[in-house]
Design a protein around this ligand. Structure first.
Ligand SMILES: [Zn+2]
Length: 260
């Protein structure tokens, strides 16, 4: 396993333009269960595939908000874990210009990362369906999460929709285009905490590969790209990513030193 981490660190250290693609597995060490996974104990009788939809939001907002309230409370209370900090550190050192995420929890940014492309939106903001004003979710924390009321727009009294992308809703075009552009131009793609089951994020590794990029996968479960990647690490992201980041950064420092 150490050798694999060393290989991953070396690929990242030598990359001109590395990109990370992260999924729900990155935030499970922070206590956030997979948004789309059933039987985690969190959802009780809810099936996210049935409740986290645009249709339920429009027709049964009370049910929708009852469901998302639990998720939002958990995400607001969660803290970034070592995997988030490792990616942020790599980015701050110039090793990881772009991070693309399927997560909506904002933990990557809270760990210090910038240039995070959020493919599935985010839960930290919401938009009024009547006048399209955008609000910070925290401004409605008391009303929405603590008191359990449906959040409404102070201006026009329409419902405020969390900016998380629901089933049946199109992905944000700008984010998707930015993600494709970053992946098309990368020479190393680090996939962390994603089982690559949800399109179109799941299609990005193929795009990277078609451009001859090297692929690193750090994930506990298997993915359809396992046979095609250059380094496969089946380990906890919160253990593996800090180790990879430390080796990558010390390798780069040693390279710089040897150039002097
Ligand atoms: Zn409004």
């Amino acid at each position: 396993m150490d050798e694999l981490m060393q290989q991953a660190a070396q690929l990242l250290a030598q990359a001109q333009h590395a990109v990370a693609l992260t999924g729900a597995g990155l935030s499970t060490p922070s206590g956030i269960p997979d948004f789309r996974t059933q039987d985690t104990g969190l959802w009780e009788n809810y099936d996210p595939m049935e409740i986290a939809t645009l249709q339920v939001f429009r027709r049964r907002p009370a049910d929708f908000f009852k469901w998302i309230r639990v998720l939002a409370r958990q995400m607001f209370d969660a803290q970034p874990n070592p995997a988030h900090y490792a990616l942020a550190e790599l980015q701050q050192a110039g090793c990881l210009p772009h991070i693309i995420t399927q997560n909506i929890d904002g933990l990557q940014q809270r760990a210090g990362a910038r240039h995070v492309i959020e493919l599935h939106g985010d839960i930290s903001t919401g938009t009024c369906v009547g006048c399209y004003t955008t609000y910070r979710s925290l401004d409605f924390k008391e009303e929405f999460i603590d008191a359990g009321r449906i959040p409404t727009c102070p201006r026009c009294h329409s419902i405020i929709k969390p900016n998380a992308i629901l089933f049946g809703e199109a992905l944000p075009v700008r984010a998707l285009m930015a993600a494709k552009r970053a992946v098309a131009n990368c020479d190393v793609l680090l996939i962390a905490g994603s089982s690559l089951e949800v399109a179109p994020a799941a299609d990005l590794p193929m795009l990277a590969r078609s451009r001859q990029a090297r692929l690193i996968i750090v994930n506990q479960g298997s993915t359809y790209m396992d046979d095609y990647c250059d380094v496969l690490i089946r380990d906890d992201v919160a253990l593996a990513l800090p180790a990879i980041a430390a080796q990558c950064l010390s390798g780069r420092a040693a390279d710089r030193f040897s150039l002097i």
